[in-house]
Design a protein. Sequence first.
Length: 94
Amino acid sequence: MPCGGCNHGKVQQGAKYVTALTKWAMGGRPTRSEEEVNHIFNNICAECDRFESIDLTHAHCTSCGCRISTDMARTNKIFIGTEDCPLNKWPKNS
């Protein structure tokens, strides 16, 4: 679903997600720890003006359109170690 403050369409988001998962798989599937995910979500993303909250633990970024949360799942951009913030607020997990 496109986000309210941006114009990321479903097809574009789907293509970006497939690309991200491919890069992640080819990179050995690195992940962030639960502590790292929670820190990034609560202390960096939640404080950003591009953060659009869905509920207490789920949101999406209006800059890139990605789903972000405290979930330890591959549908969460923060969890995937090969992903980073498009605004350079948090790096890839090298």
